[in-house]
Design a protein. Structure first.
Length: 70
């Protein structure tokens, strides 16, 4: 059995990684937009960290998705 299809609550792990990556990218985009509109005050290092974590999760998601075919 491939780790990408490891079941968590009846759904594969890769599905949850994709959702986490999407949410991370949405949070980064919205924080940038709201920061420019002066709605929120977030320091730049947090914006960078959330973006970096999202990219790492997305890379793992992609590798697991492709690994199931090889």
């Amino acid at each position: 059995m491939n780790i990408a299809y490891y079941q968590i609550l009846g759904k594969p792990l890769n599905l949850y990684l994709g959702i986490l990556a999407l949410l991370g990218f949405l949070i980064v985009g919205m924080s940038h937009y709201l920061l420019r509109k002066n709605v929120i005050k977030i320091r730049h290092p947090w914006h960078f960290r959330i973006g970096l974590i999202s990219i790492i999760i997305a890379i793992i998601h992609g590798i697991l998705g492709l690994a199931s075919y090889f």
